[in-house]
Design a protein around this ligand. Sequence first.
Ligand code: HEM
Ligand code: HEM
Length: 157
Amino acid sequence: MTTRSGYSRTQIILHWLTVVAVLVAWFTHEGMEDVAKAAWRANEGPFPTVHTVAGALAFLMIVARLILRRRRGAPEPQGTEMAKLAATWGHRLIYALVIIVPLLGAATWFGGVRNLSDLHEIAAKGLMLAALGHAAMAIWHQFGKKDGTLMRMLRPE
Ligand code: HEM
Ligand code: HEM
């Protein structure tokens, strides 16, 4: 992968749109269990809900970001070797979870694989924990260490 001095405008826009989509999916999960159960009971095909559409968009955008990352490249994480390693693996974990969570949701929703709903929930909670830690680190780097990390996701280079 090419190492760049910053993220492109498209990478930055996709980052923040993914954040919005993940948050919308998170805050609209309430009632999904009942909606899914009612659809299965009535033998109705799955229909779009805010939760499933937002989750699907998060999935599509994170895949687009991965493709873009491979083609265009990305900047190296900043800080000590340990901090760089933690950031690299933290980002990989977040990429993986934004792919796995919607896939588990889709398997529950479309496939009617009910026993996967627990895994979907656990993975979603893991994703939100990882994202929270990630946001805290970004804020700490920007305002504690003052190394401009947050600006990299705001100003294209
Ligand atoms: C990043 C995206 C997503 C997040 C953070 C997320 C999060 C959650 C959470 C926390 C629950 C509550 C689980 C429970 O109370 O049992 C849930 C339920 C559910 N979600 Fe998602 N979800 C996402 C994407 C999706 C997608 C893309 C689909 C389908 C295409 C989906 C389908 C469902 C269904 C069917 C349930 C109810 C499962 C049950 O029967 O308990 N989710 N989701
Ligand atoms: C659901 C929420 C979030 C997800 C899924 C997410 C995902 C990601 C991913 C995958 C990367 C790695 C980019 C790459 O190198 O390809 C990244 C970088 C970054 N994110 Fe997030 N993010 C979220 C929330 C946030 C929040 C709330 C903030 C700010 C408070 C933030 C600030 C940053 C910054 C500054 C970087 C660049 C780090 C660097 O260049 O070392 N993110 N994000």
